[in-house]
Design a protein around this ligand. Structure first.
Ligand code: M6R
Length: 369
């Protein structure tokens, strides 16, 4: 049932192009408009939403962090994202105009379930983004947008994450469409770019051998750091989480702008630091800032592992290892930038002799608080 792969995780990484395509299927019409009729929240209620709150755990939380950038940019609705386990213990401000989005692969995560119950008690509407038909979280929500990743068996979430991102982008674009937004043209362009992602993920997967080789060469290291800015920051956190849970290494993700506020003190000779470089088009300030960050850490001895889009030559002089990803709009970049980090963590875990599909101390779905 592993389809010829050694681990479910490898199979699930390879299934990502299909998972992404399946999650888009039937949700965009020929004119490039979104047809999310399955989200049975009336248009009027969506127009009245004045705040979005996203709750989730682990990898799903990282998808939520990325969703915040998309929702605020395309809809101008303020959006908060919070770890489900923290949410209800701080008396959050919720009312019927708040749309709560609960993201969960399994649909059974107790922390997320308790957060959504709390939100509904306060009168908020809850939309679940979930991969498991008929599970508890969608059953207890007002509406659900299913991700179509298919069953995910490996404890480390991969294809579910990519499809959670797709679902979040669809919700953000749909909110923009229903409410009318000044980004109308951009939304159509993004829909076209989303349709290309499946093929771009496929291309990333075809070029992963150097990443595997690099991972094997780092098997004896104790620490790997990950840096990103904007949507690359949650990608850095996700890369670090994958490495912790699979390779049992000390791995930390930072917002690159925070380096000088503390973490740069960690940099020492030959410390591997993975840097996610934002798309070169459109956001040049962000891009230039991260190039300076790469220079800063390299000057202090870091071994830089740079993930940058094809054609971005500015990073070449400062990259000890360069991992290329296809060019995408900035907001969509996590869909391609995360893939090498999954492969990296999986290969490091294998090189360290760890059990890839069943990491120690972890369960696929965490049904206790
Ligand atoms: O089933 P869920 O999406 O609610 O699970 C949330 C987390 O437990 C999950 O993403 C966990 O962090 C993964 N093991 C990460 O790879």
């Amino acid at each position: 049932e592993k389809g010829g792969y050694d681990y479910f995780m490898l199979k699930e990484i390879a299934e990502q192009p299909k998972a992404v395509a399946d999650t888009l299927l039937g949700r965009i019409d020929a004119s490039g408009s979104l047809t999310l009729d399955e989200v049975r929240i009336p248009g009027q209620a969506l127009r009245e939403v004045d705040k979005v709150v996203i709750v989730a755990c682990g990898t799903a939380f990282h998808a939520g962090m990325i969703a915040k950038y998309a929702i605020e940019h395309w809809t101008r609705i303020p959006c908060e994202v919070e770890l489900a386990s923290e949410f209800r213990y701080r008396d959050p401000i919720l009312d019927p105009q708040t749309l709560v989005i609960a993201i969960s692969q399994s649909g059974e995560t107790m922390d997320t379930l308790m957060a959504l119950r709390h939100a509904r008690e306060q009168g908020s509407r809850v939309l679940a983004i979930c991969n498991t038909n008929g599970s508890t979280i969608p059953r207890e929500s007002d509406a659900v947008l299913y991700t179509h990743a298919g069953p995910e068996v490996a404890v480390a979430s991969t294809k579910a994450f990519l499809t959670q991102l797709v679902a979040c982008y669809l919700v953000a674009l749909y909110l923009g469409q229903v409410r009318g937004t000044k980004w109308g043209d951009e939304i159509h362009a993004v829909v076209r770019d989303l349709a290309k992602i499946s093929e771009q993920v496929e291309r990333v997967l075809e070029t992963m051998e150097p990443v595997r080789e690099l991972a094997r060469s780092l098997a004896a290291k104790d620490t790997v750091l990950f840096l990103g800015r904007h949507v690359g920051y949650p990608v850095a956190l996700e890369g670090a989480l994958k490495l912790k849970e699979l390779a049992y290494m000390h791995a930390e993700g930072f917002a690159a702008g925070e380096l000088k506020h503390g973490p740069i003190a960690l940099i020492e000779d030959d410390l591997p630091v993975v840097v996610v470089v934002p798309s070169a088009r459109g956001r040049s300030v962000l891009h230039d800032k991260i190039v300076s960050n790469i220079q800063e850490i390299r000057a202090r001895g870091a071994r830089t592992i740079v993930i940058a889009e094809e054609g971005d030559e500015t990073v070449v002089p400062y990259a000890d290892h360069l991992i290329r990803i296809p060019a995408t709009p900035t907001l969509l970049q996590p869909l391609v930038a995360t893939v090498p980090l999954q492969v990296f963590a999986c290969e490091l875990a294998t090189a360290r002799g760890n059990e890839v599909d069943q990491p120690r101390n972890l369960a696929k779905s965490v049904t206790v608080e």
